[in-house]
Design a protein around this ligand. Structure first.
Ligand code: ZN
Length: 390
């Protein structure tokens, strides 16, 4: 049944086409993860032309057809304003991800101290100093000094306030829901000390959040493996996990969580069961893999359109693929394993669906068994690595 998942380890399967849930069910069955079968952001809905209700209906239909009796959730992803909330509440979503990223002051990392002080006029600095500038022992996530506290307060203060406002509004509309705060799409990483500040400030404002998505160091780009120093990330993930363990009330959430195969063992090791992972576009890429195998003509047209649209569609996404490094299309479906092709195809889904949506869906219905098998194999790779705690 659809319900909040609270602190169970959980895994989000975004499905932009509304046809992938049977494959997701096959993969998640028998694992420790509670699934999110409906998960779509406001941005995705705009690009796919689907409504929160349609996304929910597609997931619900598959759950009933295939038979999934355990709890599952529906994630209203990356809600930015109060006006974004009602259609998701009306459609029965259970998990609300609030993204106050526009209120994060990225300049606070490098502002001179005078400028920072000028920006703290809105805060009760005496209260903050009393709370955070204490002579406690240094924790694994660090300890605040005046300067780091100033930077954290300026960087995240308004975002925390906005998230708390969104939580308050949602609480008036609905009881019993999972609430996530995500700052994963900001320019600068969230340090473990800043993570502590965010979690503590949210708690102080009475925000009951079940997960938190910091922006981790390195690059978590869409549909490809992690780009960065794994040893540095390993140490950083341990510190983030220590903050989460300190509070004990929420999970860490990994956005752009698909295809990060080199990172999963680290996450499994440090986060244990306090974990939520979000994936979305990778299921669309698996759909394209099926087309590449069985409907290569249609695939070639999608790929050509992707090349054309990449430069404009990539805006608002964290990707670094370069058009001049794209491979030739002759080698299908291996093309779907190429870094540049994956990112280009990933972020141009809206253009592809606008132009070829009907054909794509018809082809997937025709080859549905192949699609489900591909999805299961692809997510088995994710979930197996995430379940092994070393
Ligand atoms: Zn995200």
């Amino acid at each position: 049944m659809i319900s909040p998942l609270d602190l169970q380890p959980s895994f989000g399967f975004g499905d932009r086409l509304g046809l992938a849930t049977p494959g997701h069910i096959a993969a998640v069955r028998g694992t420790k993860f509670a699934p999110i079968f409906a998960q779509q952001s406001v941005r995705e809905n705009a690009r796919t032309g689907r409504t929160p209700q349609q996304v929910m209906d597609d997931a619900r239909r598959a759950v009933e057809d295939v038979g999934w009796d355990a709890p599952w959730g529906a994630d209203a992803d990356h809600l930015k304003t109060i006006d974004d909330i009602p259609p998701f509440v009306e459609a029965g979503y259970t998990f609300f991800t609030v993204d106050p990223g526009e209120y994060v002051d990225n300049a606070a990392d490098s502002d001179p101290l005078d400028a920072l002080r000028g920006k703290t006029a809105a805060f009760d600095w005496d209260e903050l100093s009393a709370l955070y500038l204490r002579d406690d022992d240094e924790q694994i996530w660090g300890r605040f000094e005046t300067e780091t506290l100033l930077r954290a307060a300026v960087k995240y203060g308004k975002a925390i306030q906005h998230a708390a406002g969104m939580f308050g509004r949602l609480s008036e509309m609905k009881d019993g829901f999972d609430f996530e705060v995500s700052v994963d799409e900001t320019d600068s990483p969230t340090t473990p000390l800043e993570h502590f500040f965010i979690a503590n400030e949210l708690a102080r404002r009475g925000v009951k959040f079940t997960s938190l998505a910091p922006r981790f160091i390195g690059r978590f780009e869409k549909g490809v493996d992690y780009i960065g120093d794994l040893q540095v990330l390993d140490a950083e993930l341990a510190r983030h996990a220590a903050v989460t363990a300190h509070f004990g009330t929420y999970k860490l959430s990994l956005h752009s969580g698909s295809d990060k195969f080199s990172v999963y063992p680290l996450i499994a090791k440090h986060w244990g069961d306090r974990i939520h992972v979000k994936t979305a576009g990778t299921s669309y890429l698996e759909a394209l893999r099926v087309l590449a195998k069985y409907e290569p003509d249609l695939f070639e047209r999608i790929y050509a359109l992707g090349r054309e649209r990449y430069d404009s569609d990539r805006k608002t996404y964290h990707v670094s693929a370069q058009l001049d490094l794209l491979p030739e299309t002759s080698d299908l479906p291996a093309l779907l394993d190429d870094f540049h092709a994956r990112e280009v195809l990933h972020v141009t889904y809206g253009s592809a669906l606008a132009q070829f949506g009907k054909e794509i869906k018809a082809a997937l219905v025709k080859h549905d068994d192949a699609y489900y098998d591909d999805l299961q194999a692809h997510f088995d790779k994710h979930l197996n690595l995430l379940e092994v705690e070393k």
